[in-house]
Design a protein around this ligand. Structure first.
Ligand SMILES: CC(C)(COP(=O)(O)OP(=O)(O)OC[C@H]1O[C@@H](n2cnc3c(N)ncnc32)[C@H](O)[C@@H]1OP(=O)(O)O)[C@@H](O)C(=O)NCCC(=O)NCCS
Length: 339
């Protein structure tokens, strides 16, 4: 095992990591499209300002990755706020050999050294990763449902009705690369308001951007990671407020499947068809902006019934649970025998 820095890694090492991702994905998420090498280095290396990321590789023979052989395992930790967000991938042919444990041990050591108290991890439901994290004392903090919409199943005529079915007084607007200058402040304000309104218990492993400065930084980071952002906003004509917004990114690393990150409707604008209209409009825009796109995936809190209902109307199909586990660093160190 060695520490590995994607910023300086040889191009063949990046390709080897893509191979590992795809071997893991084929077993754990067999319906997901495969990863490509397009801008994978940027995807792995770039973090938000202020975040620090460390990675490790486990190879069967030294130099395997540089020779284009998929490593046996890879792990990362992103240090953000007071939480360390980890990821561990072990090649299906090398499981139950304690490689996962060895990677977790490095991550816990770093967290201890830097004084972090909690580790968080996102785990795909119905995979062995649940057993692994539970074995070391991680507990379930939050459950989301991932849903997938196949664009070839969309009924574009009915979708047109949904897109147009918004109450009077709202303007629906589409932008590539994020909100224009004049909408930055109201856009960030809408996000902040919804965060205060909804405490869904999310650990915030993917922090959203609530202040204009942070919003701009996160837009720059998305672009630098090779993620093409599209947004649709509902602007209340009378006040200029952003009443609702939805964000989709199309990753250069997996251009067939887009991620719908965030959809929010500010509480006082609920009940006017805004949520449905912005999501429907987004699908129309994606169809022309991204002709190679075949699917959109999205995550909702299991308790967020209004959004789940909107997704069903649009044709999203629930795929699997997505679980956030968290572990106490001191307890993890004890269970791994780290002093
Ligand atoms: C979870 C994962 C990292 C575990 O790696 P691993 O090297 O096989 O795990 P280890 O050998 O270190 O296992 C340590 C302990 O975890 C538990 N564990 C791991 N796999 C388990 C399984 N399949 N069933 C039950 N317990 C399991 C056991 O307690 C094990 O100890 P033991 O073997 O002495 O009983 C690996 O299965 C993996 O990469 N999964 C996919 C992760 C992922 O995120 N996929 C989706 C993204 S594409």
């Amino acid at each position: 095992m060695r520490e590995w820095d994607p910023r300086t890694a040889a191009a063949t090492e990046i390709t080897s990591l893509v191979a590992l991702l795809n071997e893991v994905s084929a077993v754990d998420l067999p319906d997901d499209p495969l990863w490509q090498d397009g801008r994978m280095r940027d995807y792995l290396a770039v973090t938000m300002p202020g975040e620090r990321k460390m990675m490790w590789l486990v190879e069967e023979n030294e130099g395997d990755a540089a020779r284009g052989v998929a490593p046996l395992g890879a792990g990362s930790i992103i240090l953000l706020g007071d939480i360390g967000v980890i990821e561990i991938l072990v090649h299906p042919k090398a499981r139950r050999l304690r490689i996962g444990r060895a990677l977790l041990t490095e991550q816990v050591r770093v967290a201890l050294r830097k004084g972090f108290t909690t580790l968080g991890v996102e785990v795909a439901g119905a995979t062995t990763a649940m057993d692994f994290y539970r074995a070391y004392g991680f507990t379930l903090a939050f459950t989301e449902i991932r849903s997938v919409l196949r664009l070839d199943t969309v009924d574009w005529f009915s979708l047109g009705d949904l897109a147009a079915g918004v109450g009077a007084g709202y303007q629906i607007e589409f932008y590539a690369d994020g909100p224009p200058e004049h909408l930055i402040t109201p856009y960030a304000a809408a996000k902040a308001e919804v965060r205060d309104d909804y405490d869904l218990g999310d650990l915030d492993l993917r922090p959203s951007s609530y202040e204009p400065e942070r919003l701009l930084a996160s837009l720059r980071t998305l672009a630098a990671r090779g993620l093409q952002l599209y947004i649709v906003v509902a602007v209340q004509e009378k006040t200029g407020e952003v009443a609702g917004l939805t964000e989709v990114v199309v990753p250069a690393q997996r251009p067939g499947r887009a991620d719908q990150y965030d959809t929010v409707v500010v509480p006082r604008h609920r009940g006017y068809g805004v949520g449905r209209a912005i999501k429907a409009r987004m699908l129309f825009e994606l169809r022309s902006a991204e002709p190679n796109l075949t699917e959109v995936q999205t995550w909702n809190a299991a308790v967020n019934e209004p959004l789940i209902k909107v997704n069903q109307e649009l044709g999203f199909v629930a795929d699997r649970q997505w679980l956030e586990y968290e572990g106490d660093v001191v307890e993890l160190a004890a269970s791994l025998g780290i002093s």
